[in-house]
Design a protein around this ligand. Structure first.
Ligand code: ADP
Ligand code: MG
Length: 140
């Protein structure tokens, strides 16, 4: 993996803005693997991706019962949250077969997806105390 790019934010809005800027680099078929503890800001970042792709960001939430949500935009955003999914169950979700539309797939708790594509984007968010978050972006 190349050296990750690092962005430090100090609010939820800034994290979303970082996601929005990052969306400008995304192309159809791209997969974004997000990791970080609960409350790190993964969903906030995905909300920004949605905005950047021209989808409706306000709809992007942490789905409690829905594991996968689609948001149509310039590219369709497929938002997946594996928080309640064990690694053994991930394959059965058929993440990569989830849509026929030209799409970007963004996955929270992505470390649970053992057969994630090799060329995915990797976004790691670390809580550095208070409202400070370190966001590392890399292409695996
Ligand atoms: P995750 O999806 O990683 O569990 P969320 O995006 O749902 O995290 O929630 C992040 C929480 O942290 C929100 O309550 C948000 O207001 C708060 N927060 C505080 N500072 C930041 C920041 N710099 N970036 C993102 N979220 C932040
Ligand atoms: Mg979340």
């Amino acid at each position: 993996m190349l050296e990750p790019e690092t962005v430090v934010t100090s609010s939820e809005q800034e994290t979303s803005r970082a996601g929005e800027r990052f969306a400008g680099r995304l192309q159809a078929g791209d997969v974004v693997l997000l990791s970080g503890d609960l409350g790190a800001g993964k969903t906030a970042f995905v909300r920004g991706i949605a905005r950047g792709l021209g989808a409706s960001p306000d709809d992007v939430t942490s789905p409690t019962f829905t594991l996968m949500q689609e948001y149509p935009g310039r590219l369709t955003l497929v938002h997946v949250d594996l928080y309640r999914v064990s690694p053994d169950e991930v394959g059965a979700l058929g993440i990569e077969e989830s849509t026929d539309a030209p799409s970007v797939i963004a996955i929270e708790w992505a470390e649970r997806w053992k057969s994630a594509p090799q060329d995915a984007w990797v976004v790691r968010i670390t809580d550095e105390g208070g409202d400070r978050r370190k966001i590392e972006l890399a292409r695996s």
